[in-house]
Design a protein around this ligand. Sequence first.
Ligand SMILES: Cc1cc2nc3c(=O)[nH]c(=O)nc-3n(C[C@H](O)[C@H](O)[C@H](O)COP(=O)(O)OP(=O)(O)OC[C@H]3O[C@@H](n4cnc5c(N)ncnc54)[C@H](O)[C@@H]3O)c2cc1C
Length: 415
Amino acid sequence: MTVEVIRKNCIGCGACVQTCPFDALELVDGIATVDPDKCTDCGECVAVCPTMALSLEGKKAPQETVKKAVEKIKEFKPENPAVNAYFGVWVLIEQNYGEIADVSWELLGAGRQLADELGVDLAGVLLGYNIKDKVNLVYEYGADKVFLVDNPVLKDYRTEPYSETLSMLIKKYKPEIVLMAATTQGRDLAGHVATNVETGLTADCTQLKIEPETRLLLQTRPAFGGNVMATIVCRNHRPQMASVRPRVMPMPKREEGRRGTLVEETIDLKEEDIATKVLDFVAQGGSAVYLDRADIIVAGGRGLGTKENFQLLFDLAKVLGGTVGASRAAVEAGWIDAAHQVGQTGVTVRPKIYIAVGISGAIQHLVGMQTSDVIVAINKDPEAPIFKIADFGIVGDFQKILPLLTETFRQKLGS
Ligand SMILES: Cc1cc2nc3c(=O)[nH]c(=O)nc-3n(C[C@H](O)[C@H](O)[C@H](O)COP(=O)(O)OP(=O)(O)OC[C@H]3O[C@@H](n4cnc5c(N)ncnc54)[C@H](O)[C@@H]3O)c2cc1C
């Protein structure tokens, strides 16, 4: 089995040749050509081909070729011995005007496990202004060490000073792993820092593990529209950088009184050196949606049929003290704002209760909510895939079911 080359589409750009991890492709007379003995059907070339000249359609990698690929990863010895000079796991503690984002604690929980497996320290990196009072919290959520840079230029989040500061710390202290939140701020900063320190970055990971033989960080994330899970390794560069969305990792227990080592650093940056100026900070008004922090979410999909029907969801959410979420189909129909979207291209949520109404359960929706504690599905189609992951399912028309639920909870809860 090999990748098929659709000759009429090939423009001879060579992207596949450079990408193939098994040297299975070369350009012959300007056309991509596959060596069947080397090709493992891993699909990397198909993903990078700009003209869809490569296809794996109808082909599945046989077990032995998958095994061969895994063996190849395991045999790996770093070409760059400098990677061995890097030790320790770091988590960037994200804060906004002194308020720490919960995802930072979740990352410390994940970082703690990685550091224990590697037998190294876990450090939290705290950047900002007048934030020294937060240091103890970072220890209490699992860090052995805190790197603190407290400087007026770090008062407002801006890419340049934050990136310069974090990059300076990485170059000086050489951590082997750096974890950051896949939030608006984290997404902006992570790519900038990875470029500065010349390493790779795996965004939006859903699982992080150490491979004991190689000490490599196995960074798993959904790929190809959520249809496969890709595990990515950063072999020859350090640190290994990964970002994780809020609510993907569980919240660790806070251990009050736990303490560690403080490393205070300074940075030689002046306000006049920074091009971006923050003129004012205006907090978002009452319509702000904090889906990722909600304990109860009532989410609606295309099955609701109209914008007006979303009112039934808002009524139930109000009685339960919850928040309204939505599938992408409902957002694209213009029935609700994109800030409510749950899923691969929306928000990842982990509430105590997730009520999915008129949502079929496409994989791109499930990846954003399947770790909810209790999932309730309401759908008129008993075969809808959402029922496969639901703890409780109600087969029926939402028009009848939602008013009944709202009234029953109103009476029981007195809300
Ligand atoms: C790259 C990519 C990224 C994506 N990202 C996301 C994402 O982040 N989030 C997301 O949600 N989707 C995402 N999608 C889209 C996803 O593939 C699905 O198309 C989408 O989730 C479907 O939304 P839905 O379940 O609301 O609609 P449908 O799949 O149309 O399901 C509607 C459901 O409503 C039920 N229904 C109809 N009438 C009633 C009724 N009266 N009472 C009860 N039930 C009823 C039907 O039985 C059906 O199961 C993405 C797609 C791609 C390709």
